[in-house]
Design a binder for this molecule. Structure first.
Ligand code: 5GP
Length: 116
């Protein structure tokens, strides 16, 4: 389940390892959060478990529900107000990095824009 060893490190593992730079806004033993390189809202932060074990949120929920709960709590804190927390799951849903991550989107969001 979610073993990335044959795929090589994802971009997010390389950010965790400080091999590539990122605008990191939060870090704990288990999570890292940094600003998305191509923001789609005034606030667009990615919250990422450091482990590469889980490819998507369903795998994370099944494998480590406490870590998912921690991710959600950190997202709420970082958003500092109302926010969306989006988990693209699968290529046809727009997922491009197969290392589970939540998108915190906040600031100037409107009703009816969920999938835009
Ligand atoms: P996904 O499409 O998999 O849900 O989200 C991947 C996100 O990672 C995209 O929003 C993309 O802009 C972001 N991203 C990809 N490469 C980098 C990078 O090198 N640095 C940062 N900060 N974000 C990245």
């Amino acid at each position: 389940m979610g073993d990335m060893s044959t795929d090589g490190p994802t971009i997010f593992e390389r950010i965790v390892a400080r091999e590539i730079p990122a605008d990191i806004v939060f870090e704990s033993d288990s999570l890292i959060a940094f600003r998305d390189i191509a923001p789609q809202a005034p606030v667009h932060i990615l919250v990422v478990p450091k482990t590469a074990q889980y490819r998507n949120v369903a795998e994370l929920a099944a494998g480590d529900p406490a870590l998912l709960a921690e991710l959600v709590a950190v997202a709420a804190r970082l958003a500092d107000g109302d926010y969306r927390l989006v988990f693209n799951s699968g290529a046809d849903a727009g997922q491009t990095v197969f290392h589970v991550h939540g998108h915190i989107l906040a600031g100037g969001l409107e009703e009816g824009t969920l999938a835009k």
